[in-house]
Design a binder for this molecule. Sequence first.
Ligand code: TYD
Length: 201
Amino acid sequence: MSTGKLIVFEGIDGMGKSSQLALLADVLRQRGLPVATTHEPTDGPHGLAIREMFKARDRFRPEDELAAFIADRRQHVAEFLRPRLAAGVHVLCDRYYLSTIAYQGAQGLDVPAILAAHDFAPQPDLALLLDATPGVGVARIQRRGDTPNDFERLETLAKVRLVFSTLSCPFIRRIDASQPFQAVHRQILEVTLPLFAERQS
Ligand code: TYD
């Protein structure tokens, strides 16, 4: 049995990652592929601690946030991602370590050091980097009625987007997220379906 593919969705807030992930999961399942979906920060103890930290962010240092995201990811990798991938299940994950590089990197932490701290994390087969201006993201967040959190401010998102734009890992595919939802979906299918081509033949 071959191992599952790890496909991660990345980008600044308001790019439509979760909706696109859910739609891609539907398409893959309709094709008979085993698929699990998940997200980071997780709903586990470290993920909950992160959400608590985010309510009073000024009380924490960027280093504390980084440690919390890495602890959350360590548990997620060990208990969720690796077992599924080993069982041949394809995993779609809403945010992964490129988010830590971009968000915590935008707070001034050293990007190579953040990357090095992820030696435990399997490399994604594909990272769909949904990209549009922070203005597009914030407008979407406001339309869905969510209160923008600290990270959702235009200025911060612009810094995060800048770090995302510098990443050059071979598994990253950039998707223009300013397009209408269905056009974004089609672009995602174009880059994702070839990963599964051998299974369909
Ligand atoms: P998000 O995916 O927006 O979760 P939700 O929509 O459920 O609130 O993640 C919350 C915030 O956490 C988001 O602004 C990005 C930030 N984040 C980091 O700063 N570093 C990370 O490593 C991850 C995974 C997320």
